[in-house]
Design a protein around this ligand. Structure first.
Ligand SMILES: [Zn+2]
Ligand SMILES: [Zn+2]
Ligand SMILES: [Zn+2]
Length: 352
């Protein structure tokens, strides 16, 4: 439909709505959804019945609502789909993580004394990509190499551009033919499994350091995790996690004295470097062993220190509302292949 038609159609719709005798009720419904972009329309009825007498105490039907529907918020966590609901989700996540670090919402304040780390697990390299590098706030050349090799496809593996933050080339490979796209897709798909192996390995390592069996460890200590995935420009995930040591009864009980932040950091380093997921070979793809990337960041979370509970809660909550769409890809499943061209044109890199 041409844009002018769409506009006049929308204006006509607004006029009809404003003149509708049910306008006030409709506006109240919209207000209660908190500005949700895609409210869910419910149809049906609810009868509240007194079980002992069988008497109907209250009856509600959406039949009497404007358009015969009750509008409720979609409650998505994805900011790209509904900014209003995602903001509610972000604020809730912030309070939840904050309480886990500083106490509150049923978590005792003594939890601040428990060893707690902010850990970033990265993906390995799948090939060189254009990157924005900075030093003292100034952009540096992307991949400047005087003796840069030429790849088998004739591409010199060097880039002297100082990319701006919105350069569409960021995250794109220097040579698309060399880049291991299949590897990066498999990594994203299997990262949750790698994370699970990592947490198992972490428990085993801590038990070993303390000279305990896994069962004995459970009697002394619990590991608590909160993690989010962040999509990088190259389209692979990073995991940011808060890892905390609690006593056997969770955050209300102190961990044993031997379970220090340093011991936890050592165990994290060991577990991250040892776990792997093996992908068997399939048709054109070789077998692969997927591991975490070499970059591993471990920082202690302290009240009023360099990395505070507020900063971490803010970070986790922010990434909880974002997914792959923030690097220019799609945020939903594609079903009919016919839609591919249309969606890629709308959402693909370089979209205007
Ligand atoms: Zn919504
Ligand atoms: Zn570059
Ligand atoms: Zn190449």
């Amino acid at each position: 439909m041409p844009a002018t038609h769409t506009r006049s159609h929308a204006i006509a719709g607004m006029i009809t709505r404003l003149n509708d005798p049910h306008y006030a009720r409709w506006a109240a419904q919209i207000h209660r959804t908190g500005g949700c972009r895609q409210p869910i329309h419910l149809r049906g009825r609810v009868d509240h019945i007194d079980r002992t007498t069988g008497e109907i105490l209250h009856r509600y039907s959406t039949r009497h609502e404007p358009d015969g529907v009750l509008r409720v918020p979609c409650k998505t966590r994805r900011a790209s789909r509904c900014p209003a609901c995602a903001e509610t989700y972000r604020a809730d996540t912030y309070q939840l993580i904050r309480a886990g670090l500083a106490g509150g919402k049923g978590v005792p304040a003594s939890v601040t004394a428990h060893p707690c780390l902010f850990v970033t697990l990265t993906a390995p390299s799948f090939g060189t990509v254009h990157a924005r590098r900075e030093k003292d706030g100034k952009p540096l050349p992307c991949h400047a190499r005087r003796d840069a090799p030429t790849c088998p496809h004739g591409q010199v593996m060097s880039c002297t551009a100082r990319h701006s933050a919105d350069d569409p080339r960021l995250g794109e490979p220097l040579c698309p033919d060399c880049y291991d796209y299949a590897g990066s897709v498999l990594f994203n798909a299997l990262a949750p499994q790698l994370w699970r192996y990592f947490t198992d390995a972490l428990r085993r390592r801590i038990a070993k350091l303390a000279g305990l069996t896994l069962r004995e460890l459970r009697g002394q200590l619990t590991l608590s995790f909160a993690k989010v995935a962040e999509y990088q420009r190259r389209g692979v995930v990073h995991f940011h996690a808060v890892i905390r040591l609690d006593g056997p009864d969770g955050p209300a009980s102190p961990p044993p004295a031997w379970a220090s932040a340093d011991a936890l950091a050592d165990a994290v380093r060991h577990a991250a470097s040892t776990v792997s997921v093996t992908v068997p070979d399939i048709t054109d793809e070789p077998a692969r062993v997927l591991r975490w990337g070499e970059q591993l960041d471990i920082r202690p979370i302290t009240m009023g220190g360099e990395l505070t509970d507020q900063a971490v809660a803010g970070y986790i909550a922010k990434y909880a509302t974002k997914a792959a769409e923030c690097v220019g890809t799609l945020d939903r499943r594609l079903s009919p292949l016919d839609d591919l061209g249309r969606v890629v044109k709308v959402a693909g890199p370089g979209a205007t």
